[in-house]
Design a protein around this ligand. Structure first.
Ligand SMILES: [Zn+2]
Length: 222
């Protein structure tokens, strides 16, 4: 069961070194990897949407583990219903662009089409335009954040750890989980990995619970 929301939401700013020019002046969505909190929690985020494993949906529902899905339209459009089920189980669906491009390689207008276009599709398919976007590959420039803001995005979380079916990868040199860390994994299965989403989640949950962390709901802190 996820812990209750914090009494007060933390103030989230861009991670040091992850700001763009005029970040604060223009009130651009912050890019961050860790939510400032004293609570011993981490956040699970799952990207893209290629693999649609019903056993994964059932497992997370039965264990009551919250997660946030960052969806890219070209991977989810063949089965929006799968992600509606995910939403109906209480999970949040957020924006990961229409086609998963390397955004800094695109013009401002092209970036805006990728982000706002996905907002429109999510509103139509899932009933809500997100306020949270993750740039593909964690790559962005000033245009990305200006465009995202113009599409209604308020936060651009990336991640501090990534879990795969057979290992973890860390942004920090000490290779340790921290309070408030955002953990990334992907909707992938046996086509890409030597295992399933269920195996991937077991690896995630084993480490997190062994180290005494709870899995909290990201949007409770935003
Ligand atoms: Zn992605």
């Amino acid at each position: 069961t996820p812990p209750p929301p914090p009494a007060r939401k933390p103030r989230i700013t861009a991670r040091d070194g992850f700001e763009v020019d005029h970040q604060e002046d223009w009130g651009l969505p912050p890019v961050f990897t860790t939510v400032p909190t004293d609570r011993k929690v981490v956040f699970l985020t799952i990207d893209d949407g290629a693999e649609k494993d019903p056993r994964f949906l059932a497992m997370m529902r039965d264990l009551n583990v919250p997660y946030t899905a960052f969806l890219s339209n070209y991977l989810v459009k063949d089965d929006y219903a799968y992600f509606r089920r995910m939403r109906d189980y209480g999970n949040t669906l957020d924006n990961h662009t229409l086609h998963h491009p390397y955004l800094p390689g695109l013009s401002y207008e092209e970036q805006r089409d990728e982000i706002c276009g996905m907002q429109d599709i999510m509103k139509k398919q899932f009933g809500r335009a997100p306020t949270v976007m993750r740039p593909p590959y964690g790559n962005y420039n000033q245009d990305t954040l200006v465009a995202a803001k113009s599409c209604g995005i308020k936060y651009a979380p990336i991640w501090n750890e990534e879990v795969f079916v057979d290992h973890w990868e860390y942004r920090e040199d000490d290779q340790r989980l921290r309070r408030g860390d955002i953990v990334l994994t992907h909707f992938r299965g046996r086509d890409d990995w030597n295992g399933t989403m269920v195996d991937d989640m077991r690896r995630f949950l084993n480490k997190v619970t062994r180290e005494g962390y709870a899995v909290a709901r990201l949007e409770d802190y935003l």
